[in-house]
Design a protein around this ligand. Sequence first.
Ligand SMILES: Cc1cc2nc3c(=O)[nH]c(=O)nc-3n(C[C@H](O)[C@H](O)[C@H](O)COP(=O)(O)OP(=O)(O)OC[C@H]3O[C@@H](n4cnc5c(N)ncnc54)[C@H](O)[C@@H]3O)c2cc1C
Length: 390
Amino acid sequence: MLLNGGLSVKRHDYIVVGSGFFGAVFAQQAKEAGCSVLVIEQREHIGGNCYSYDYEDTNINIHKYGTHIFHTNNDDVWRYINRFTEFNRYQHRVLTTHQGTVYAMPVNLGTINQFFGVKLRPDEVETFITEKGSREHLDSPANFEEKAISMIGRELYEAFFKGYTMKQWGCSPTELPASIFNRLPIRSSYHDSYFNDRYQGIPIGGFTPIFKRMLEGIPVETGVDFFRDREHWLGRCGKLVYTGPVDRYFDYEHGRLNWRSVRFEFDRHDLEDYQGTSVMNYADPDVPFTRIHEPKHLHLEKSHTPNTTVTIREYSLRDNDRPYYPVNGDADKAMLAKYREMESAEEKVIFGGRLAEYKYYDMHQVIGSALQKARKELSDREKRSASIST
Ligand SMILES: Cc1cc2nc3c(=O)[nH]c(=O)nc-3n(C[C@H](O)[C@H](O)[C@H](O)COP(=O)(O)OP(=O)(O)OC[C@H]3O[C@@H](n4cnc5c(N)ncnc54)[C@H](O)[C@@H]3O)c2cc1C
């Protein structure tokens, strides 16, 4: 215990900044290992960007920061997360609207046949795209546009990727690296499930109960920004686990890392079903939003208020104060390397999660990373205390 102006202030083995998946998993593991942990969170709720809640009087569970589908191939992560929730059998499929017609995404044999009005077999796709789809072979495509055209041809690129990518990134696809296109699957079969992972679903009851269960028995202070009293928190812990933005931790000494952000508009409708699916993309540049989410479709196991649905329109923007997706340009990479160097001098701090690592992580990846870092830290801690007592 420390004495502070006559008040006793409890010290903790770990203070965790942020209650998203990285912070919650780390805190849960530390508590389970017998350590004392405190979590502080600047928002008024736990769960980070995975936070979900029931929309007023509808029984419709909303993912406040965008639709989240859990998927993984990692048995360790799957076993771990199942300690805290059951999953429904939701399988994610994405549709896209282009010039008033709805197509299946990712681009697959069904999309290609529908778009060109043909009946190709899988082994005919390559030749067809080269001859009819205006494909231009390039040995080393220099940007997203060149890569896309060399893979799927100009026609499919212009219909499904050009406008959508411009809206999403706020710039021409010629300004984006070719590597971004590599992340988008293109299939010559009718397979239209978005993810190929062995395990997939939505937690029954939504995501927030997972965090409540993980943080059971751990004090959590919400509405608390670490930077309002950094020295106070550092003075109260053996080690700090920091899951906020890395550039903010170092007072932007080397500049600000760039982030793409999103903005959501919520609407309630007196309708049973607005669009018949959980996520509808809008590929055309004259539609200002990128997609519409309709969350009731994520929970087919659940009954909702009749004749009621909620939709969420998603708009993309650049906003470093509301970080969602790292831009990861060359200047960002150089800046990040300098922050990484500064981190190595912070022996009392463990940096983790998407904001601190400036990395796009899916949930299973951030859980895997938190488990790995927590297990290493807790085993090192045990060794440290064993060497002190011998
Ligand atoms: C739109 C969108 C959709 C996504 N969909 C999927 C999906 O379908 N499937 C999937 O697997 N993944 C998805 N993800 C990724 C998923 O959101 C992340 O993997 C996950 O949220 C990362 O957890 P985290 O703990 O690293 O970060 P976060 O969830 O952001 O948690 C960090 C926490 O730290 C808090 N914090 C920051 N600074 C401070 C401070 N100074 N003081 C106190 N607290 C602080 C923040 O308020 C926040 O709560 C999606 C991401 C986005 C942006």
